[in-house]
Design a protein around this ligand. Structure first.
Ligand code: GLU
Length: 398
């Protein structure tokens, strides 16, 4: 079948794919520990679920304003202002179908064919895919030797007259690294000096471990405000990944363009979901992310300790946010595991699914062969069971 070059330029999301595969096995009755799902195992706050029911019972089933319910945009603008320390007005915020669609619309709004976009590597594969769909060219910025945070000299070495934007994702998926404010300030100043947009994905911004600080580029370098597109989400911090509720903030002209694009591609985010988001957007449920942070800090410790007892696997870095450990598995590649040859990371995750009954996301989903991502957003007893099984299977490396 002849398909458009644009469609052929990307393959399906490996983060979604690995998660789907693990869930499909579980549905068939296979006992599997799913370290692949990039989502919390928590139930969302009861108030949000009740607000969803109330919205469904009320007369809220028709289209909303394309950019979102006015009350929701208002509440989000206040929340973003409060969390970032940078003032944003309601007209500078759009509610999108998850952060993913917000990122997609931002790429469509900013990139002309042939424009280059700097993307951290390792990084979430969807960034590069969306840049290609928009006709742009993703340019990887290796970060594995710079603490998994982009280095300004390297950005400068990669800059060309076609460089249009830089993706920054902090806390980072898949490494859990957090860009320290002084480094973020240097990056923002560089972007301002060269008029390069910053696509600032802060979906995990509320999930930072004690000792690390999350900051907004425009709070550190005020001139960056005109060049920053902020991408946020309720999915990760309020445990509602399936609701597909994200938002984009930025300068008015860009936001109006995102709104225009959304008017042709989604109309609006599901009306009842928008109503149900109001209490969280108004900050009435902030106890929930606080509780999530405490639980994640415990799970982070638990995984970190257990990993020291597993052969052939070691953390590539100590994560400071999100809920991922990025693990270096290069020691296993080219060897055999339980008699099975393991030439590469994709094979390894398949073999581990078979032998250890654990699902891990291969680093190739993030441009990093030789690494796997472990999500510790699952219950402690599952973590303990999964890591015990992994420890056992790893003794079979020959
Ligand atoms: N951001 C989540 C992850 O990295 C979900 C991704 C997706 O559905 O592609 O696992």
């Amino acid at each position: 079948m002849r398909l458009a070059a644009r469609a052929n330029s990307v393959s399906g999301s490996k983060t979604s794919g690995t998660r789907n595969k693990a869930e499909a096995l579980r549905a068939q009755g296979v006992e599997i520990v799913n370290f692949a799902a990039g989502e919390l195992d928590f139930a969302p706050p009861g108030e949000m679920v009740r607000a969803l029911h109330a919205a469904a019972d009320a007369d809220t089933h028709r289209y909303t304003d394309t950019a979102g319910l006015p009350a929701l945009r208002e509440a989000l603008a206040e929340r973003i202002t409060q969390l970032s320390g940078v003032p944003y007005a309601a007209q500078e915020v759009v509610v999108t179908t998850g952060a993913k669609h917000g990122l997609h619309l931002a790429a469509l709004a900013l990139l002309d064919p042939g424009d280059q976009a700097l993307v951290p590597n390792p990084g979430w594969g969807t960034f590069a895919a969306q840049i290609r769909i928009a006709g742009g060219e993703p340019v990887p910025v290796e970060t594995s030797d710079t603490g998994f945070v982009p280095d300004v000299d390297r950005l400068e070495a990669l800059r060309t007259p076609r460089t249009r934007l830089l993706v920054l994702n902090t806390p980072n998926n898949p490494t859990g690294s957090v860009c320290p404010p002084e480094q973020l300030a240097r990056i923002a100043a560089w972007a301002v000096a060269h008029r390069i947009w910053i696509v600032f994905d802060e979906c995990y911004g509320e999930l930072v471990l004690p000792g690390a600080a999350h900051a907004h580029p425009a709070a550190l370098v005020p001139e960056a405000r005109d060049l920053t597109v902020g991408i946020g989400s309720f999915s990760k911090s309020f445990a509602v990944t399936g609701w597909r509720a994200g938002h984009v903030h930025g300068p008015r002209a860009l936001i109006d363009t995102v709104k225009n694009l959304q008017s042709h591609t989604a109309s609006n985010v599901t009306s009842v979901v928008q109503h149900a988001l109001l209490p969280a957007a108004r900050g009435e449920l902030d106890g929930f992310p606080e509780q999530v942070r405490q639980v994640l800090a415990r799970r982070h410790r638990l995984v970190g300790e257990a990993l020291t007892t597993i052969d052939h696997i070691r953390p590539a870095t100590t994560p400071q946010g999100a809920f991922y450990y990025f693990l270096d598995v290069r020691d296993v590649l080219g060897r055999k595991l339980g008699g099975e040859p393991v030439p590469d990371t994709d094979t390894l995750t398949g073999v581990l699914m078979e032998q250890a009954r654990v699902a891990l996301t291969p680093g190739t989903a993030f441009g990093a062969e030789g690494f796997v991502r472990l999500s510790y957003a699952i219950a402690e007893d599952r973590i303990v069971a999964g890591l015990a099984s992994l420890r056992e299977v790893m003794t079979g490396v020959e």
